[in-house]
Unconditional design. Structure first.
Length: 426
C-alpha cells in the first residue's frame, strides 16, 4: 500500500520535473519563460537605451559641451588685432588770461603685434579646442564603462533570481517528497526536517538575491538619472564578448582619448612657450592725430611707441613656459607608461574571466546537462529515486548560476577596458 500511495505523487513530481527540464532554459537575453509569469513591470531597458540615457543626462558631458562652446567663441576671435583706440587731446592750454588759444586734436592709436603673435594665438586656441574634444571622448568612454558595469551587475542578478526561483522549487519538491515518505512510514522525520531546512535556506537566498537585484537596479537608475527602477533589463552576452586583441590596442594606444588629451595638452604648453617667446618682441603702438593749423591747413601728427622690456617679465615668462612645455612632455611619457601597464593588467583580467566563462559554458554546463538527462532516464527506468534526480537538477542550476557569475566578471572586465578604445563607437 505504501508503494501504491507514493507512486502517483512520485509520478506527478517526475512529470513536473521533466516538463520544467524541457521548458526551463535560462537565457542571457533577460526574457526567459519564467519572466512571462511575473507581474508586468513598467518598462524594459537595453544596454543601448542605458548608454543613451546616461549620455543624455550626464552633468559632466553637459558641462563639457558648454566648455567647448566657450572655447569655440574664443577661437572665433583669436588671431585678430586689438581694437583701435580713439581719443582727443588738447595742446597749448592757456594757464592764464594772457595765454594763447589751445589746439584740439582728434586721433587714433593702434597696437601692431610683431613676431607672429596673432598666428600663434590662433594655433593655441585651436589646440585647446582639440584638447577639450579629446577630454569629451574620454569622459564618454568613462561614462560608458560605468554604465556597462552597473548594467552587467543588474542583469546578472535579474537572471540569478530566475535560477534561484527554480532552485527553491526543487527544494520544495524534495521537502514534499520527504513528507510523503515520512507519512507513509518509508522514512523517519529527520530527513524531512533536513529537507524543510534546505527549502527555508534556498528561500532565504532567493530573498537576498532579490534584494541585491533591487539595489543593483536602483544604482543603475540613479546613475542614469531616471525616476524609476521598475524595469526589466534586456541584453545578450554574445554581443559583448568579442574584443580586439591586446597587440591591436597597444599599437593604437597613443590615439586613445586619455592619451590623446595628454598629447594635446603638451602641444598646448609648447604653443604657449612659442607665444611667450614671440611676445618678447615688444608690440609697436602707432598714433595718428589730426589737427588744423593756424593757417587753416589740415595736418597729421604721427607717433610710434615701443615698450621697453626693462623689468624682464617677458623673458622670464618665456623661460617659464618653456619649462612648462618640457614638464608636459615628461608627463605624457609617464602617462603613456602607466596606461600601457594598466591596459595589460585589465586585458589580463578580461582574458582570465573570458576563459573561465567559456570553460563553464562549453564544458561544465553540457556535462551537467548530460548527467541530469541520464539521471532522469535512469529514474524512468526505476534505477534512480526522485530525490537523486532533483539533486542532479540542483547541480545543474548551480552550474547555470556559476556561468552567470562568470559572465558578470567578463562584462565588468570589458567595461574596465572601454576607456582604452579609440572612441566611444569602437
Amino acid at each position: 500500500m505504501r508503494v501504491l500511495f507514493l507512486f502517483p505523487l512520485i509520478a506527478l513530481a517526475c512529470a513536473s520535473a521533466e516538463k520544467e527540464t524541457a521548458e526551463f532554459r535560462p537565457s542571457f537575453s533577460g526574457s526567459s519563460n519564467q519572466e512571462t509569469e511575473r507581474p508586468m513591470l513598467q518598462s524594459s531597458l537595453s544596454l543601448a537605451d542605458a548608454l543613451h540615457k546616461a549620455r543624455e543626462n550626464s552633468p559632466a558631458l553637459r558641462a563639457m559641451a558648454y566648455q567647448k562652446q566657450a572655447q569655440i567663441e574664443r577661437l572665433s576671435v583669436a588671431g585678430r588685432w586689438k581694437n583701435p583706440e580713439i581719443g582727443w587731446k588738447a595742446e597749448g592750454l592757456p594757464l592764464g588770461t594772457s595765454g594763447g588759444k589751445e589746439e584740439v586734436l582728434l586721433g587714433v592709436r593702434q597696437a601692431i603685434p610683431l613676431g607672429g603673435v596673432l598666428s600663434k594665438t590662433e594655433r593655441l586656441e585651436e589646440e585647446k579646442l582639440r584638447s577639450l574634444q579629446h577630454r569629451q571622448a574620454f569622459l564618454t568612454l568613462e561614462l560608458d564603462s560605468r554604465v556597462r558595469g552597473l548594467f552587467a551587475s543588474a542583469l546578472v542578478f535579474q537572471e540569478v533570481v530566475v535560477l534561484q526561483e527554480h532552485r527553491v522549487e526543487i527544494a520544495k519538491k524534495q521537502s514534499e517528497l520527504q513528507e510523503a515518505l515520512v507519512e507513509s512510514g518509508e522514512e523517519i522525520g529527520g530527513a524531512w526536517e533536513d529537507a524543510k531546512m534546505e527549502q527555508f535556506r534556498q528561500a532565504s537566498i532567493l530573498d537576498e538575491t532579490r534584494r541585491r537585484h533591487q539595489i543593483a537596479l536602483g544604482d543603475l537608475a540613479l546613475f542614469l538619472n531616471i525616476s524609476t527602477s521598475s524595469f526589466v533589463l534586456r541584453g545578450d552576452v554574445e554581443e559583448v564578448v568579442d574584443f580586439p586583441k591586446l597587440e591591436i590596442l597597444l599599437r593604437g594606444l597613443e590615439q586613445v582619448p586619455v592619451l590623446a588629451e595628454a598629447f594635446s595638452s603638451a602641444q598646448v604648453a609648447k604653443i604657449q612657450a612659442d607665444l611667450a617667446e614671440a611676445r618678447m618682441i615688444p608690440a609697436v603702438h602707432l598714433e595718428l592725430f589730426y589737427r588744423k593749423t593756424d593757417t587753416g591747413h589740415h595736418a597729421l601728427d604721427a607717433g610710434v611707441f615701443f615698450e621697453l622690456p626693462w623689468n624682464g617679465q617677458a623673458a622670464a615668462q618665456s623661460r617659464a613656459q618653456s619649462a612648462e612645455a618640457s614638464a608636459a612632455m615628461q608627463k605624457v611619457q609617464w602617462q603613456l607608461q602607466e596606461t600601457r601597464m594598466a591596459l595589460r593588467r585589465r586585458y589580463t583580467d578580461y582574458t582570465l574571466a573570458s576563459e573561465q566563462w567559456k570553460k563553464i559554458q562549453e564544458e561544465v554546463i553540457p556535462a551537467l546537462s548530460r548527467k541530469t538527462h541520464i539521471a532522469e532516464l535512469q529514474y524512468q527506468a526505476g534505477e534512480y529515486s526522485l530525490t537523486e534526480v532533483l539533486r542532479y537538477r540542483t547541480d545543474w542550476v548551480n552550474g547555470e548560476i556559476a556561468q552567470l557569475n562568470a559572465w558578470k566578471e567578463v562584462l565588468l572586465a570589458l567595461a574596465h577596458l572601454r576607456p582604452f578604445l579609440l572612441s566611444e563607437n569602437d
